[in-house]
Design a binder for this molecule. Structure first.
Ligand SMILES: [Zn+2]
Length: 411
């Protein structure tokens, strides 16, 4: 019988008051139980770790002083041995540890427990403790519906299974770093996805997120995902719009929106300060938001869009007139200027939405209903080292200005 566990060996029991130098640091170990191959009457415990593959043997019969099980339900116990005077401080899965101790206790109580249980010969080959960090599900038959995914999973791939909904078991995987759900039929994602503490790569390509209602994008506004997400692929989802939350993904480095039906992008897309690879291939874009001028990219791919520089040559000034803003707009500008934290727990949801959808002038000032608009031609080579284009690198940008002064400066 073998237990994969973490063991700390305390050899300082016999020197009370002395500096406790005999305590090892906890080590990932295997603890095996059985008869020694050449001394079949001896039943022993064999403790092995990557640092000590040969292992340490402890006799069991008549050699166990006590087994401390006060915290057994938390998967912790201590086996106190007579010779050598070691305490084995063990941490493992609670259920497995309980079964392991039950077998040892039989040997501890009885000198020989042959009639109760046949003890196998100890296999002294070292088994490296296996921690499953990758999980790839490629067929429905492999799907762990009952047993769930291993809690240690860091990379999970559930591809091409035609799943219609998001499996909430995934939300329990706190160590998850990379999640690939491409080629399914998922229409919406739970808000809790935005709270997975380590999620950095998310591939949702070839799903049906374009059919999801706006409120089902709330996961993108989660505190953890805003801070940690580095790669996001939303390609081939029949998306007609992108929620403005996307502009808050401060760690995002790679964003792919290929092969969708996007005719515009959220205005704050240019606030993705970490973005380096931006792909917008095969959409219906005729302009980009003015904030893209703030990006510093390695690659941008805008091929297969319908940008039409003809007719936008020079500047076309929107006839919209700048008026005196209302009090809500003035207050909202002050909130954003002061970088005050806000959320549905402090202000009404309508106001949160209003603030999230702010537009920004090139000077950094937030604008809402009262602003000026202009269309300017912009050379994408100014923001990216490599541009993949199907036409002229000069494309039209839809720019927002907070004042006549800002617009005059730009034009
Ligand atoms: Zn301005």
């Amino acid at each position: 019988m073998r237990l994969i566990c973490t063991v700390k060996v305390d050899a300082s029991r016999m020197c009370p008051g002395a500096i406790r130098t005999g305590i090892q640091r906890p080590r990932a170990s295997t603890l095996s139980f059985g008869r020694r191959p050449n001394h079949k009457d001896e039943i022993c415990l064999l403790l092995q770790s990557a640092q000590d593959t040969k292992g340490m043997r402890y006799n069991v019969v008549g050699n166990i002083v006590h087994i401390f099980t006060k915290f057994i339900n938390e998967g912790k116990c201590t086996i106190r041995l007579k010779e050598p005077a070691h305490d084995l401080i063990i941490q493992a899965d609670a259920l497995l540890l309980k079964s392991f101790l039950r077998v040892i206790k039989l040997a501890f109580v009885k000198n020989s427990f042959e009639p109760v249980l046949k003890v196998p010969v100890l296999n002294e080959k070292y088994f490296r403790p296996k921690v499953q960090t990758k999980c790839f599900v490629t067929t429905n038959a492999e799907y762990p519906t009952l047993q769930g995914f291993p809690r240690t999973t860091q990379h999970l791939s559930i591809v091409d299974l035609q799943k219609k909904s998001f499996d909430r078991q995934i939300l329990r995987l706190n160590q998850l770093r990379s999640l690939d759900l491409s080629k399914n039929c998922i229409r919406s994602l739970p808000v809790e996805l935005g709270s997975l503490p380590n999620l950095a790569e998310l591939c949702l390509a070839e799903n049906q997120l374009g059919k999801s209602p706006p409120k089902s994008w709330a996961w993108l506004n989660g505190h953890a995902i805003k801070k940690n997400l580095i790669t996001l692929d939303l390609g081939r989802n029949e998306l007609r719009w992108i929620p403005p939350y996307i502009g808050k993904l401060i760690a995002l480095r790679t964003l792919s929106l290929n092969h969708n039906l996007l005719s515009s992008l959220p205005f704050n897309i240019g606030f993705l300060s970490s973005l380096r690879f931006f792909s917008l291939q095969e959409n219906l874009l005729d302009m980009l938001p003015g904030s893209v001028q703030r990006l510093h990219l390695e690659t941008i791919d805008v091929s297969g869009n319908t940008f039409n520089p003809q007719g936008f040559e020079g500047c076309k000034i929107d006839p919209y007139k700048l008026d005196v803003p209302d009090l809500v707009e003035i207050a909202a500008k002050a909130v954003l200027r002061s970088r005050l934290r806000y959320g549905p727990e402090t202000i009404p949801r309508g106001l949160v939405k209003y603030l999230d959808e702010a537009l920004y002038c090139e000077c950094g000032e937030a604008c809402f209903n009262y602003h000026l608009r202009s269309i300017i031609m912009f050379d994408l080579r100014a923001i990216a080292e490599k541009c993949v284009l199907s036409m002229d690198p000069r494309i039209p940008l839809r720019c927002i200005f907070c004042s006549e002064r800002c617009r005059y400066r730009r034009l």
